[in-house]
Each structure stands twice: as structure tokens, then as C-alpha cells.
Design a protein around this ligand. Sequence first.
Ligand code: C5P
Length: 236
Amino acid sequence: MVTSRILLALDLPSADEAVTIAQRLKDHVAGFKIGLGLLMGPGPATTAALARIGLPVFVDAKLHDIPSQVEAAARRVGQYGARWLTVHASGGRTMMEAANEGMRSGAGGGDVGILAVTVLTSLEPGDVEKIAPGTTPGKLVSRLARAAADAGVEGVVCGVPELGVVADVAPDMVRVTPGIRPAAMDRADQRRSATPAEAVARGADYLVVGRPITAAANPVEAVARINEEIAGASRG
Ligand code: C5P
């Protein structure tokens, strides 16, 4: 068993494949993330199957609806044994508080929390400018992270470039970041990606990593290499 900061994104076609690779890698990662593909296909019971493996499960549903709807959904997610659930910070304080309440009541008092998604890493500065003229991804992340902190949620999801902004406005929150590509990997199609070492240097607590591990010829070797890169950056 190694101490890892990796939340393994299980973006696989079936629950069986997700559980199989999760079993294989459970001693090398900090937890498992399931996203909309599995939630809308095999369904939320996949959460329970993963939770039985014994590591934290991060349900990346990115909820954004009226507070009562989000609370009801969060309660279900808590009942399935998830450790974290994502909601969009732009849903507002009352919605984030409702999500927190739902997860806690669903989990029956267990150790669970909400992660607030700030600005999707797929958005370019031009997209942000169209949605909110005069602002930038950094400024928007700053505002949303502060709103998330005020709502009492546990953590924030943001891109690597915005990690510093989150640390400034919400230093006590857990920082989770995706878009990670190992130093040795071809980054040609990932304009906004960062290496594990860069993510750690900028203050990430957890790194969401999927295909660099799940699509590797040898996933165990791939995850070990990323853990080493993270450990090297943490020491430095
Ligand atoms: O690319 P990879 O397979 O490592 O993606 C893992 C997760 O990170 C995805 O499930 C997605 O939610 C998120 N991601 C992201 N921004 C990117 C790439 C991936 O938010 N640029």
C-alpha cells in the first residue's frame, strides 16, 4: 500500500470494467472517481460496488439545480456510500448547503463532503469572457471558491493554473485538480494539461487522473510512475 494523492477517474464503458481496474489498482491510489458516463449508464449503484473495495469514492455528478433537487440527489449519493459529491459552485450558497445536508443525512453521519466545481477546464478565457464579460478564469474561480468556502463545503475542483487563487481565498479547503499528464507523456492534444509535479507545486491535495493510467499498456506501472513523480515534488 502506498500513500497516494491520485483519485482514479474510472471513465470506462461498464461498471464491471470499472470495478475490475479499481480492484487491480486499489493499493496504488487514494480513491476512485465516477462520472456521468457510468452514472447515466450502469447507474449510481456503481458507487456502492466501488465503495465495497474500501477506498473513498468521488461521485462527479456536477449537480446544478434548485436546492431541494440537489439535496434529494445528494442524499441518494450519500446512501450509496460515496465520500465526495461534486456540485457546481455557481449554483449558489443555498444549493451548496443543501448538497452538504443531503450527503450528510444520506451517509448517516459518516465522513462525507461536497466538492464545488469552479470553472470547467474545458472553458477557454474567451468562453469565460462571453459568459461574464470583463472576467477571466482566475477571477471567476476566485469568486466561486469564496462562495464555496462561505457555504461550508469541504473542497474545490479547479484547473492547475487556478490552484494558487483557491489557496489564497480558501486556504482551508481541499483542492482537487484534473487535466494531469505525466511528464513523459505526449501532451499534444491537451493544451491546458499539467504534470503531476506542477499540480503538487501549485498546492493540489488530490490529482484526478484517468486515461494516463486506465488506458496504459501497464496500468500498475503507470500509476507507480505518477506516484513517484508526486512524491518527488512533495519532497522538493
Ligand atoms: O484525461 P483524464 O482521463 O485523466 O481525465 C480524468 C478526469 O478529469 C475526467 O473524468 C474529467 O472529469 C477530468 N478532466 C478535466 N479536464 C481535462 C481533462 C480531464 O476536468 N482537461
